[in-house]
Ligand binder design. Structure first.
Ligand code: ATP
Ligand code: MG
Length: 317
């Protein structure tokens, strides 16, 4: 397999005032994928990206970005970045703002105009190129910021909450843009707390909680883990679990509603439970696959198992 785009073995960041924003967080991003870093407010997502981009100095960091040690500036010429709450100079037009961004990231002067035009078309601002950023709505600024983040034709692009303030149509367009970037072979690193959005585009995700990565993997694998089938049977006997069903793989049984949960999505693996139900004299009403959504996966990851409450942001020393 090719070198990963990011191989972050560990990072710690303690801000002045003793806030432990990152506590030995580790993750790996493969080339050409859309990777989602998810986590509640204050989990450390933006700090992690800023460390990778050398905007924030880590307390301690180990790993590589585009094959070079994290902290080196050279690979950043091949990286794009849309910061959280970014601010383009409001007195510039959209085209000037993107060209300015190109100048800052070393795009040759002769290419800047054409690049800016193409990117502004791509983010849906064709008719607004010569308007000042100060007249833009929040969502339009976000689109202009996206164009600016892509101006250096990056291999790897970091987008910190790119759909913040963008309307549903715009959000869909941004998702399509991310997929387009992937199909061009670029790697996309998306910071988001909008789970439904991440669910629609990410290949792999990590969940960051209190400065640590608590889950990481292919979205499809993480979802499969919590997926199940629900078996509903009709039985006129007393309200008690059907004999044999639990032995046959039912992990949860609600004897009064006759609903059994099977911890598998595999229909073949569900057959013994169906057989057991029939042997006990029940009629099988339905067997329904239920895929775990990212939201439920996320809520499980961020909930304190003892108190049942969402865990608070990172600890203060
Ligand atoms: N410059 C700073 N100085 C001190 N503490 C900071 C600074 N920036 C962030 N923090 C703290 O570090 C922790 C992580 O913040 P960070 O912005 O990385 O979280 P986040 O996951 O991006 O949150 P959000 O979803 O709200 O954007 C928080 O407790 C925050 O208060
Ligand atoms: Mg953030």
């Amino acid at each position: 397999m090719a070198d990963p785009a990011i191989d972050l073995q560990s990072v710690r960041k303690t801000y002045g005032g003793g806030v432990h924003a990152l506590r030995d967080a580790a993750l790996r991003v493969e080339r050409g994928e859309i990777f989602g870093l998810l986590g509640p407010n204050g989990a450390g997502k933006s700090t992690l990206v800023k460390v990778l981009l050398t905007v924030v100095r880590a307390t301690q960091v180990n790993g590589t970005l585009l094959g070079r040690p994290i902290g080196q500036k050279a690979p950043l010429a091949r990286v794009g970045y849309l910061p959280e709450h970014h601010r383009l100079p409001p007195y510039l037009t959209a085209r000037q703002a993107v060209e300015f961004s190109g100048a800052l990231s070393g795009v040759p002067r002769k290419d800047r105009r054409q690049r800016a035009d193409g990117l502004l078309d791509r983010v849906g601002l064709s008719n607004w190129k010569d308007r000042r950023v100060s007249t833009f709505s929040k969502g339009m600024r976000q689109r202009a910021g996206l164009a600016a983040a892509l101006v250096n034709d990056p291999e790897l692009v970091f987008l910190d909450e790119p759909t913040d303030g963008v309307d549903p149509v715009g959000r869909k367009e941004i998702r399509d843009l991310l997929v387009g970037l992937r199909s061009e072979g670029r790697t996309v690193f998306l910071n988001s707390h909008l789970l439904s959005e991440a669910e629609q585009v990410c290949d792999r995700v990590a969940i960051l909680l209190q400065g640590r990565v608590v889950r990481e993997g292919r979205l499809i694998d993480l979802q499969r883990e919590g997926s199940r089938q629900e078996l509903v049977v009709r039985w006129y006997g007393p309200a008690q679990p059907l004999p044999g069903c639990e032995d046959a793989g039912a992990v949860d049984a609600d004897a009064s509603t006759r609903r059994y949960t099977l911890a598998t999505l595999d229909a073949a693996a569900a057959q013994p439970a169906l057989d057991a139900a029939r042997r006990a004299g029940a009629v099988v009403i339905s067997l329904t696959p239920v895929r775990e959504g990212l939201e439920s996966l996320f809520m499980k990851a961020v909930t304190d198992p003892v108190t049942g409450r969402a865990l608070p942001p990172g600890a203060i020393a």
